[in-house]
Every structure is written in C-alpha cells, then in structure tokens.
Design a protein around this ligand. Sequence first.
Ligand code: PGA
Length: 249
Amino acid sequence: MTVNVFDTPQDAAKSLAAEVAALIRSRSAENKQVVLGLATGATPLPFYAELIRLHKEEGLSFANVVSFNLDEYCGLPHEHKESYWYFMHQNLFNHIDIKPENVNLPSGMLTDADIPAHCAAYEQKIKDCGGIDLQILGIGRTGHIGFNEPGSDDTTITRQVHLDDLTITDAAPAFGGKENVPATAITMGVATIMGARKVALMAWGDKKASIVQKAVEGPVTIDVAASYLQKHPNASFYLDSAAAADLKK
Ligand code: PGA
C-alpha cells in the first residue's frame, strides 16, 4: 500500500479531499453516482471541514454522492450527541448538498432480533449501489477499522460486535465515563471494507504511531484488522509526521 506523510493533519486532509473532489467531479461529468464509505471519530474532522469548504467556496456538489457509514453504536438514537448519525449530520451532511435519501448508516436502534436482517440488507444495498468506490477510514488503537476489533478476520461482513475494552476506554471521556459507552455496535466487516475499490486511511498524532507501524509493516494478522489493508490492491495511508514516527522504512 501507499503511505503518504504530511507535516500536519490539515495538509493530509486537504490532499485526500482534493482526490475525493476530483472523483466526484469526474463522475458527475459522466452523469454517474459515486459511492463513498465514510468514517467517524476525531480523525476525519479536518477532511470533512475541507469537503465543506470545497462545497461552499468552490462549488463542489455532492448531489451525485451516495454514502455508507462504517458503523454505529447500538442503543443510541439519532439525536444522541455521540451517535454516528448525529456526528455525520453535524460535521458533514448538514453543510453540503448530499441528498438525504442517499445517506446510509447502520441503525443504532434495533432489537437484537432485528439486527441480522438489517446487517444483511446493509451489505445488499452496498452491492446494489455498485460497491464502494472509496472507503474513508480512521484507525483505533486496537488496530480496528470500523469497529472490527482484534479477532475480526477478513471474511467478516456487516454485523453486531462487542467493543474492545481499549476502544471503550478511548470513548469514555465523550460519554462521561466507561459505564455509559455502548457495549456493542454494528460495523461493516473487514471483507466489506476490502471490497471497496479504493481505501484511504487517515491517522494523526503520536498515540497512533505504534498501531500504524503494526498495520503497515507488521504481519497481516487477525489481531490488527488494519493489517489486512496490506493485501488491498489500492490502499493509501494519509499520516501526519507524528503518526508516521514509528515506521521503519
Ligand atoms: P479517532 O478514532 O478518529 O477518534 O481517533 C479512530 C477510530 O477509532 O477508528
């Protein structure tokens, strides 16, 4: 895979957003849709800010974009400030011209009995839309992409998962304590992500340096879901210099 190192997250986000804008515009010129896989968390914020700027200042339209988010916490309604539905609307969708009917996120408000059918329908909808053109990713300190925690192999598809204790610890401040963090989530699987035609993973800061090194240079292993991206034909990492600091090459 390709590793791109930038001085700052803003520089990296700008470069990736320019690529996305070029893809959206070239598809639009052909009257075609583009299917984006989207991610939440602190990492993609400068990327979404740049997409919003491109929309407001440079006329980039998202009218031909269909989006599928990676994951959603179980048990959180749309209006919960930590739900990914809320995050995506607050940080991107409310500020661009994407059509509401083209926005897809796993539902956080299903009974356990309804989750398997919902997950199967999510996978099917991705296929019906022609597959994901570009999947945006962050990486958790467990090596997760989406919520594919250690133990998620490359045959996994959209399903309900238990969150790793480290992931819950990292989310705790936002929820006002570990006890308030949902124990489970719905996430695309590693196979779903690997099915995207292109994958772009962003990571910033020294806290991500060690897991980025494992994902890029370590063995491909079920213990680090992001390591499977080494086998993806078109995966790029976008790093700031702090997140790239442990890379040997
Ligand atoms: P973060 O989360 O962007 O908030 O660091 C990344 C992730 O867990 O994928």
